[in-house]
Design a protein around this ligand. Structure first.
Ligand code: ATP
Ligand code: MG
Length: 169
């Protein structure tokens, strides 16, 4: 099945990792491909180093991507990520594959929606695919079996509190 977690509230990436915890409990092998992220000190990356069946791979720089005007390295990394994901999905090595922030990578012009659609359509039975990130495209929502929208009602950034260690990263 294809799942999409989107919306402007906090909880998309962490929901995907919550699902990973559940799947790992049943012995599944889980791959998370993170787009537009390049900080290997994220808590989830550190945790994965201690869990045999959870693999987290990052395809991004540490700096922010400019929307609509991405750098060549941003584009190259995102496309490498998508190619890596495609091979992993087809490999039979993983039962759960999470493509974290792929919606943002499409939204920011790093990868083409048509390529994402193709990857989804070619996803074999036996692989659960989760795609996270704000601004999921209607075409992807149409194709997905499960779509959840996290809506922001309140967030500490409104009080100037951002990027807390252990909570946001
Ligand atoms: P999480 O990774 O905590 O599950 P998320 O995947 O739903 O969050 P993203 O859109 O990927 O959220 O945003 C990444 C981080 O930025 C989150 O940890 C969130 O708390 C924070 N964030 C969300 N909205 C804002 C904002 N407007 N300003 C600053 N930080 C924000
Ligand atoms: Mg996220």
């Amino acid at each position: 099945m294809i799942q999409v977690y989107t919306g402007d509230g906090k909880g998309k990436t962490t929901a995907a990792f919550g699902l990973a915890m559940r799947a790992l409990g049943h012995g599944w092998r889980v791959l998370v491909v993170q787009f537009m992220k390049g900080d290997d000190q994220y808590g989830e990356v550190r945790t994965a180093q201690r869990l045999a069946n959870l693999e987290v791979r990052q395809f991004g720089l540490k700096t922010f991507v400019q929307r609509g005007n991405p750098g060549a390295d941003d584009v190259r990394l995102a496309q490498n990520g998508l190619e890596f994901a495609r091979k992993a999905i087809q490999s039979g090595n993983y039962q759960l594959v999470i493509l974290d922030e792929l919606n943002c990578a499409v939204d920011y012009g790093l990868v083409a929606l048509t390529e994402v659609i193709r990857l989804v359509q070619e996803c074999p039975a036996g692989v659960e695919l989760v795609i996270t990130g704000r601004n999921a495209k209607p075409e992807l929502i149409e194709l997905a079996d499960l779509v959840s929208e996290v809506r922001e009602i309140k967030h500490p950034y409104q009080k100037g509190i951002v990027n807390r260690v252990g909570i946001d990263r």
